[in-house]
Design a protein around this ligand. Structure first.
Ligand code: NAD
Length: 430
């Protein structure tokens, strides 16, 4: 059986189950603060603090050895007042309901920040795709679509890739949905292969958006990107393309990591070599013996630190020891609220996740628009449109943070929640 990804077959040492429930609680705390600062009544907070719809599904999958395994999946739709909900599907052993709900809320915020006509959605399946065959993954992907088919669709809720899902999985999901509905439905899902209606520039979109945020933040902090030291945690879709873009801009990528360890060299790493050798799960450090831990990497000397892997990486335990002047969150939820406060007091400029990683959903929106009109744009057109969205979003949030004397995270929540709140109000919900 051919594996869908090149796997290096190593043990999975990923995060802790309990922490992700806190993601929902800490999201609710900032939502409350943002709603109050914007002058909305408490009813608005009551509406926005939880998804309007969340489904748990059980998916039976025939495994290659003849047994049947039952997987648990989730789909959460935070708020559909603005339009259909939108957000990725994560395949990961640590997926849980609280995390999926929090991620769907963040998608509403990202869509609000980028001014997209969507609410937020998110999905996930508890599984480890690194231990599954091509056929098992296809049956799981198709089973998930059948299980959630009643609440998703091109004008209801549009999935996309996220951690450990890719364009092949999107293609299977799109095909399954098209079979169920008996018509071709490219607009059902984004992040598809180009031949199935994918958009130019989707694969690199998140990293491109993060790059634009880094350029803007470096200017605000008077840091010259030429020769600036960059550390990136995570070498998957977001982290690896970002390393390439930073390298091409003349910055020095001095640290990278994956789930199994980290590489650090103050003279700069050979990014082209690492890109060539990484597998499709974003694993590369297992080819080296001189590795350090992810936690050691985060505390290394650098100008700009980019967490681009998983949640809860910068906490009260290590925030005091972070040496970067700028932290740009490519990952969702890498910094806890307490750690945000510590970094803020140290004068570190944090570009929050819901701003920094908005490039992905923005180009997903472009893909959906192109699918709906059946007319496709060049890579340059996509890149230019994305740049405009990212630059405007960064400036709006930066100015909001200055005007209200709040950190960039709260400013991003204020900007992000406004559209959903207004749409909910006009619809007469609150
Ligand atoms: P990916 O699956 O392509 O790569 C994940 C990377 O993180 C891999 O290098 C993996 O080895 C590493 N990793 C996994 N567990 C780790 C751990 N415990 N410690 C350190 N590293 C670990 O995923 P991606 O698409 O690059 O997403 C990375 C982050 O960016 C996620 O938080 C995701 O939600 C966020 N994000 C991604 C997109 C996108 O379009 N890809 C968009 C918005 C946000």
């Amino acid at each position: 059986m051919t594996a869908p990804f090149k796997s290096n077959q190593v043990q999975n040492p990923d995060g802790k189950q309990g922490e992700t429930l806190n993601l929902l609680r800490s999201t609710q705390l900032i939502i409350k603060e943002a709603v109050q600062k914007l002058g909305y009544k408490n009813e608005m907070y009551e509406l926005l603090k939880e998804p309007v719809r969340a489904l748990t599904v059980r998916i039976p999958v025939r495994m290659d050895n003849g047994t049947t395994k039952i997987f648990t999946g989730y789909r959460s739709q935070h708020n559909d007042a603005v339009g259909p909900t939108k957000g990725g599907v994560r395949f990961h052993p640590e997926v849980n309901e609280g995390e999926v709900k929090a991620l769907s809320i963040w998608m509403s915020l990202k869509c609000g920040i980028a001014n997209l006509p969507y609410g937020g959605g998110k999905g996930g399946i508890i599984c480890d795709p690194r231990d599954m065959s091509f056929g098992e993954l296809e049956r799981l992907s198709r089973g998930y679509v059948r299980a959630i088919s009643q609440i998703v669709g091109p004008t209801k809720d549009i999935p996309a890739p996220d951690v450990y899902t890719n364009s092949q999985i999107m293609a299977w999901m799109m095909d399954e949905y098209s079979c169920l509905r008996e018509f071709d439905s490219p607009g059902f899902i984004t992040g598809k292969p180009l031949v199935l209606g994918g958009s130019q520039g989707r694969e690199t979109a998140t990293a491109r958006g993060v790059t634009i945020c880094i350029e803007k933040a470096a200017k605000k902090k008077d840091i010259d990107l030429q020769g600036a030291g960059i550390v990136i945690q995570g070498f998957g879709n977001a982290g690896s393309f970002l390393a390439k873009f930073m390298h091409d801009l003349g910055a020095k990528v001095i640290g990278i990591s994956d789930a199994y360890g980290a590489l650090y060299d103050p003279e700069g790493l050979d990014i082209d070599y690492l890109l060539d050798r990484r597998d499709s799960f974003g694993t590369v450090t297992n080819l080296f013996t001189n590795i350090i831990t992810n936690q050691e990497l985060l505390e290394k000397e650098c100008d700009i630190l980019v967490p681009a892997a998983i949640a809860n990486q910068i906490t009260v335990q290590n925030a005091h020891r972070i040496k970067a002047s700028i932290v740009v969150e490519a990952a969702n939820g890498p910094t806890t609220l307490e750690a945000t406060k510590i970094l803020d007091e140290k004068g570190v400029l944090i570009v929050p996740d819901i701003l920094a990683s908005t490039g992905g959903v923005t180009v997903s929106y472009f893909e959906w628009v192109q699918n709906n009109q059946g007319y496709y744009w060049s890579e340059e057109e996509v890149a230019e449109k994305l740049r405009r969205v990212m630059v405007d979003s960064f400036e709006t949030i930066y100015q909001t943070s200055r005007a209200h004397q709040v950190d960039m995270r709260l400013a991003a929540y204020m900007v992000g929640i406004r559209k959903t709140a207004e749409a909910s109000h006009f619809r007469g919900w609150v």
